[in-house]
Design a protein around this ligand. Sequence first.
Ligand SMILES: *Cc1c(COP(=O)(O)O)cnc(C)c1O
Length: 446
Amino acid sequence: MSDTNPATGHALADARERDAADPLGEYREHFSVPDGERYMDGNSLGLASDTALATLERVVDEWRALAIRGWEAADPDWFHYGEHLGDLLAPLVGARESEVVVANSTTVNIHTLIGTFLDTLPGTPAGPDPTADPPAVLVNDLDFPTDHYAIRAQFRQRGLDPDEGLVAVESRDGRTIDEADIEAALRERDDVGIVFMPSVLYRSGQLLDVDRITAAAHEHGALAGFDCAHSVGAVDHALGDAGADGEGADFAVWCSYKYLNAGPGATAGLYVHERHHGTTPALAGWWGNDKSTQFDMRHTYDQADTAGAWQIGTVPMLSSAPIEGATELVREAGIERVREKSLALTDYLIDLVDDRLGDDFSVGTPREHARRGGHVAIEHPEGYRVSEALRDRDVVVDFRPPNVVRVCPAPLYTRYEDVWHVIETIQAIVESDAHREYEPRDGGVT
Ligand SMILES: *Cc1c(COP(=O)(O)O)cnc(C)c1O
């Protein structure tokens, strides 16, 4: 897995050689990397790029010049902009253009998609057999919290008990989810209607097997949905071909402000497989109407026959425009090459942790490429204080309780040299006990 030659060690010169040979090295020039900083938080908020700012500025100019006419006269026109961005994103997730749209926020998309598919299942008030036993949604106990909040709310809105309906697969080690445990849950219970899993766990960085989970869900008559917030833009997906027979995952959601680098709170994306087009969205709105009749302003909802139906209200142009320019870079670099560089960077990072940091440190991220997303969880009993000390030394990482320092070498703008400096800085902090100058986290402020 690693191509590190122990004879050359882990010198800075070695990191620089890797940078010089990096086919994607030039992409860094497009980004506003904060001066003097090692920015390792691209899985929380990706950096601004000149191309993202250019499409944002274009839309600002169109607003100034065209005002209301921008809905039709802008290029591309604003009216179909969510669909247009969906077309640009479809190859990054391995789906057809009609299956992807940019709309809403990730949390809202979880609400509408979980709600939509609950309404198709027996045991729900709008489902085919309301008197049947209610369905369960299978999640896991390491999920990002908003996913559970939204799913619970969707159960409550149908008069169903979320404590019964939301079923979490347990982690064996507190870091990862074993796909075999998802399969076992599906075998043991016959009430699972939807399996909703992350592609990459936000804390440990484990990449789950989307293919295998889709196949297992379908084998047991359940739908397979995914939260790809921590992978789109860093991992190459084939949502449209997932499953035992390439039948495709049923639905997915993701954000645009992490690896897609489209700015804070940028409009999210969603995927709905074409076999579900025509299913009534749980949170309907006029922007999901068929575009050709939307402005007839009838009171009957005539839903689009694409994933566009899951839009709700007016596309937020200023939060969507940067997606166009930001995505251009990922498309030009090629998502397969982006993924290759991401793995090479995290391989290098993991090697450095093994070789240079003491036994108090461990890597909580799976080492197999097929099970690793774009960031690395470095665990240390004093992880919080180490992360505080890093921030004061211009290394931007984040901390996730109880002991995880998340380090994300985002592939389009991070150099091997930056990774080398991060580990060098961690080593210097612990060797000098500098982290002990910081208050432990028990103070309560996050
Ligand atoms: C970042 C993230 C979200 C964020 O949802 P928002 O609605 O954009 O706040 C949701 N789910 C996962 C797994 C995430 O990583």
